[in-house]
Write a protein that binds this ligand. Sequence first.
Ligand code: PLP
Length: 459
Amino acid sequence: MTLNLQTNDLGKVIEADRAHVWHHLSQHKVYETVDPRVFIEGKGMRLWDAKGNEYLDAVSGGVWTVNVGYGRESIANAVRDQLVKLNYYAGAAGTVPGALFAEKLIEKMPGMTRVYYSNSGSEANEKVYKMVRQIAHRRHGGNKWKILFRERDYHGTTIGTLATSGQPQRAAQYGPYPDGFVMVPHCLEYRKQWDVENYGERAADAIEEVILREGPATVGCLVLEPVTAGGGVIVPPEGYWKRVQEICKKYDILLHIDEVVCGLGRTGKWFGYQHFDIQPDFVTMAKGVASGYAAISCTVTTERVFEMFKDDASDPMSYFRDISTFGGCTAGPVAALENMRIIEEEGLLENCIRMGDYCLSRLEELKGKHKVVGDVRGKGLFLGAELVADRETKEPLEEKLVQAVVADCLKNGVIIGATNRSLNGLNNTLCLSPALIATKADIDRIVDAIDSALTTVLG
Ligand code: PLP
């Protein structure tokens, strides 16, 4: 790999980064003491930094995003061609890529009919919360305004979406929050809250208990991640989703599935919820929609929901009074169209299932070898390994040791992730989300790096 930067350019880049960039999720007191990493190029699953170091990226751009891998010229070309033709128009008019991507997307989502564009996962989720509140005002006389969310789930970084954060460290310092957001228990069987046979059904029944406590007439919506991401890679147990759907129907509660991470193939189906035979009322998506080649998010609804916003043409308050300025960018949907074509033509859903199964089996081997690996879990190429100090008590491994495992992998050129610094003590899950193009050799290299890191850090 040849770098285009001269040595003195590199110095300037690092200087500019140090002096002016406020990095996401970073304690700068620490960041300023470490050698800064500035990535300059990517191809497939590989990244190169400004010093020419090569890395295998097992987290698709840090946060589960680059599903089709780096360096896709066909996406870049499609975006370029579209930008010179028409870069943008927002509001009450269409664009060619906006219309065509919506049509393609809806083909993959039986039962859904409408796509509302914005730019980030948080924004897509906020749109749902606003729709639910408007439905409450217009249809339920102000009732059904509460939104339930689940412990350990995450839905975004805005004040509204933080009000539905099931991860205390994300929300702790940014309150007070608006009223009407209520938490239901998590469903991770490894950390059992009920000693029962049908754990999935029991965990879903806990949602019904909250609904009954709050009053079913006040609850309008339930938001869930299909597989919880940052909260520890949690796949709901057998029986959970069927009960969830029954409960929503029973109490006329809209079901919102947050596919910001799982959407567009991460779990081996187009959407995570499609593993579970459920029919949501809202689906939101962002990261993998255009694999990070352009900013785009979508709030997708059923025709039933859509119809609720068009009943009275003479009433200026009857439609969805919302806009997203950059929801009018054409780069997003055009990149998304090409991203979807790549997933289909290269058979990446199938590869995701094959490689996901292989990766899970390799993680199981690690569990056999290192007693610190308490649980391994996931779906498709969305996997986690929970590290514990003691297998019997399941006491979480100390965070600094978990971070040392991540750092050792990085030293050996493999980028993995871990659940972020939590206040609930559950910051102990290693996270893997390689691009859907991963090969067996890539998976071996990733799992071997973790194996070696566990030995180096923990003996
Ligand atoms: N929903 C889930 C499940 C997420 O994991 C995230 C971000 O990680 C979001 C929503 C928020 O997305 P964004 O950062 O694009 O606003």
